[in-house]
Design a protein around this ligand. Sequence first.
Ligand SMILES: [Zn+2]
Length: 150
Amino acid sequence: MATNLSLSSKVEVFPCPNCRQTINTSMHTCPFCSAAIDRTAADASAEVFAQVNQACSDASYLKIMAGSALTFFLVQFIPFLGLVGALGFRFVEVALPFMSIRWWIRFGSLKTDDPDYARARRIAKWTAVGSILFLTLVIILSIIFRRLIP
Ligand SMILES: [Zn+2]
């Protein structure tokens, strides 16, 4: 009972099912369109809304990582900074597929028509596919070259 009470007294934000304005779960009617708010539906919606927000911010982080992978790759060819570039690239090369897969496990099955989520999903798809293909290629090439050069 105590858990129930603390759960329902927690105020969260979610989009109004009628007008899509962001409102919070403490309201009984929407201040924008006066639609009645169903408490259970509001809580469920707030839960999805919070996850969608997290999915979007994680996806923008994936995008930054993909951008830094490219930067580190190019930095490898700059004199004196080569080692920094190489180390940074090695790290991102492994971290990016890992983080992308984690994104899909956490947010891949969210049910929402939020356009930001659709955009986040596209970013996560390309970082996952791109980084996994790249890592596979690197592994295959390193196996081939180790066979060729004893
Ligand atoms: Zn409304």
